[in-house]
Design a protein around this ligand. Structure first.
Ligand code: NAD
Ligand code: DAU
Length: 341
């Protein structure tokens, strides 16, 4: 197969491209990415010389985005993905996540190719008890989540109206290598290493369901090969944790790994003003993809988080460049007045 992957210089899609190139010796991948602050070609340094891999700097909002390219399927990972940024400025979220998806759906319609849309559990909003399934109503609470829900609706409309072959995946919180350190887990690890305060929003009791990025990539790949058009597939690993427990676990493991004073790292924890509209709990029921398609998460959280801490503590070159410049500007804007220390 020849796959057109959008957003391939970002966290999840770079892991996905690596997975595909390693798993299928005859597959080709074209990576289209406009290289926003979150896109980093170093995420694919190890595969960039492969004859089966091509990178092109293109914007999914450009109606000529796929001109001159041949492919069997589009996997749309490209997005503005950070909730806090969508609270500061929603415009790029509406542009890329809604208009960009529309644009790619038009490409899929005209080329008659498969379309796999990578969405998120955040479209369901927050749930106090129980779990989201694929029939749960969409109740997005942040501009980011609303833009993703809108794009999901467009995919549905193109299946119904134009009969394109399309699937949607909705995954829970990912962690693992190459994640931009504005997201909680890499932020905690890097701030611990660099003795910077760790901002915990509100009371720290918001719950997320964490899945290792490689398990997510395998699930997306399973849906691509075995999924039914028009279906939504929820992806999660039944690994719910309140933020504060997760943060303490990471600090404890980081202290052990680097032989640092655990109490000192715990002292970096800094409760700050809550995120606006902060969803209390996400919890996914992944039964459909498990039963119908035979996918199951393979990585336990302990194994995954240890590997992740190992990765960030040994890849200083990768994050060294990232946490200077644009990231520091964002960090100061986001936390400057909220942190005590
Ligand atoms: P990311 O922010 O790390 O990467 C996004 C990538 O998209 C970047 O490389 C960026 O340059 C590119 N991009 C942005 N706008 C573009 C445009 N207009 N044209 C072309 N490229 C553009 O994101 P991520 O965390 O890897 O998330 C990937 C996808 O998975 C997103 O659609 C997100 O909604 C979804 N998702 C993320 C998570 C998570 O926990 N991170 C969980 C579930 C679903
Ligand atoms: O559920 C899937 C979603 O997970 C994806 O669709 C999003 O793209 C992805 O960013 C993620 O959204 P969250 O908002 O859940 O992830 P984030 O890492 O930003 O925050 C995780 C939790 O930690 C959340 O409850 C907010 C809290 N938090 C986050 C940061 C960055 C803090 O307490 N302190 C922080 O500094």
């Amino acid at each position: 197969m020849k796959l057109l992957v959008t957003g391939g210089a970002g966290f999840i899609a770079s892991n996905y491209i690596r997975h595909v190139l390693h798993t299928y010796p005859d597959y080709q991948v074209i990576n289209l990415d406009s290289l926003t602050y979150a896109g980093n070609l170093e995420n694919l340094k190890d595969v960039e010389d492969s004859e089966r891999y091509t990178f092109m700097k293109r914007d999914i909002c450009d109606s000529h985005v796929a001109d001159g390219l041949e492919f069997d399927a589009i996997l749309n990972f490209a997005a503005e993905s950070h909730v806090d940024r969508s609270i500061l400025d929603a415009q790029p979220f509406l542009q890329t996540n809604i208009m960009g998806t529309y644009n790619l759906l038009e490409v899929a319609r005209k080329r008659n190719c498969t379309f796999l849309h990578v969405s998120t559990d955040e479209v369901y909003g927050s749930i106090e008890d129980g779990f989201f399934n694929e029939e749960s109503p969409l109740m997005p609470n942040s501009p980011y989540a609303a833009s993703k829900a809108s794009s999901d609706m467009l995919v549905r409309a193109y299946v119904e109206t134009h009969k394109i072959n399309a699937m949607i995946t909705r995954c829970s919180n990912n962690y693992g290598p190459y994640q931009f350190p504005e997201k909680l887990i890499p932020l905690v690890i890097l701030n611990a290493i660099n003795s910077r305060p760790i901002p915990v929003y509100g009371d720290g009791m918001n719950v997320r369901d964490w899945i290792h990025v490689v398990d997510h990539c395998k699930a997306v790949d399973t849906v691509l090969h075995k999924g039914t058009s028009g279906r939504v597939y929820n992806i999660g690993s039944r690994n719910e944790q309140p933020n504060i427990d997760l943060i303490k676990k990471i600090l404890s493991k980081t202290a052990e790994k680097l032989d640092l004073d655990e109490n000192k790292l715990m002292g970096l924890i800094n409760f700050v003003e809550d995120r606006k509209g902060h969803d209390r709990r996400y919890a996914i029921n992944p039964l459909m993809i498990e039963k119908d398609l035979g996918w199951k998460p393979e990585m336990t959280f302990d194994e995954g988080i240890e590997k992740t801490i190992e990765w960030y503590t040994t890849n200083n070159q990768w994050w060294g460049r990232i946490i200077s410049g644009e990231y520091i500007k964002y960090y100061n804007l986001q936390y400057g007045e909220r942190l005590d220390t």
